[in-house]
Design a protein around this ligand. Sequence first.
Ligand code: ADP
Length: 340
Amino acid sequence: MVDKLALGVVVMTRSGEIRYRNRRANSMAGTHTGLLVDNAVKEALLRALHGEDSRRTLEFYGPPQVAVVVSAEPLPEGAAVATIEDVSDRRRVDAVRTDFVANISHELKTPVGALAVLAEALADENDVGVIHRVAERMVGEAHRVARTIDDLLELSRIELGEEPVRDPVSVHDLVAGAIERARGLAEAKGTNVAVLDVPDEVRIVGDRRQLVSALGNLVENAVKYSEPGASVQVRVLVEGAFAELMVADQGIGIPAADHGRIFERFYRVDKARSRDTGGTGLGLSIVRHVAHNHGGEVLVSSQEGEGSTFVLRIPLHIPPGDGAEAPVRVEAQRPTEQNP
Ligand code: ADP
């Protein structure tokens, strides 16, 4: 039973001999980390033989980063027992959570702070022209808060990983939904969103709402990061068991160094520009999550000053009895993008 524990257990006899080590305690044997943990365990056990409880956290900066808690206490008959607990995953989750909360606070604090300053300015203002301008800016900042909250809610819904919907979804319908979503923005910028090569009969497996949101985000970005009056192209190809939904623009492009980071929450290549375009920095994280929820992936190829192409690869729907032994399985697979 002790061998089945996720906790390492080591027992030392009264004479200072190691009497027992469970399987987990042996699992690090032979590594540099294992050696350092072993030394800490022995030290703790010897202290416990003298009646002292001890607890120590060992941090190894890796990679991979490892954090281990070693504790020891005396046993009634004069022996001592030590436990070794690997807390690396818990630490990582805590760090991500702390980071996320800090990011959200910052993202919301900025427009809320601006609202407060603008409201103060308004309170002392008599000039109608200025009042109008300030009020307009306040509306803009309020919309920004609302967009960030909407995107956060959407992201948490998608991340929550409720039982995913697995309906057959026509790519034609999907493209239409995505374009509809980006229509207001495209019209405001005079951008033409051209639909090229979207086969009528191709269907993919998944949650229509999530898929429209992902593709819609890609179309919105293509419009946002292109000059006014530019053109954006959407096409769908079939590649093996996947549909490739492509959104291409000839806009500002993304420097190669940022390709691996743009899918992170709140990451923006150019903060000021993203703010001007009303970006929340969450769009591509939503796209990546949707792709993974559907057993697919999202890829980018882009050159600064030349434009970008994003490809959302989603498994095709293969009707039962249509040459396939089983329906396409929709399972999360390891991301192939550069970011974790
Ligand atoms: P945002 O809300 O800022 O657009 P996203 O997560 O959608 O956030 O995108 C992250 C960043 O990636 C953007 O801030 C922008 O710098 C860059 N980006 C995304 N799509 C494009 C694109 N089509 N062309 C150029 N840059 C893009």
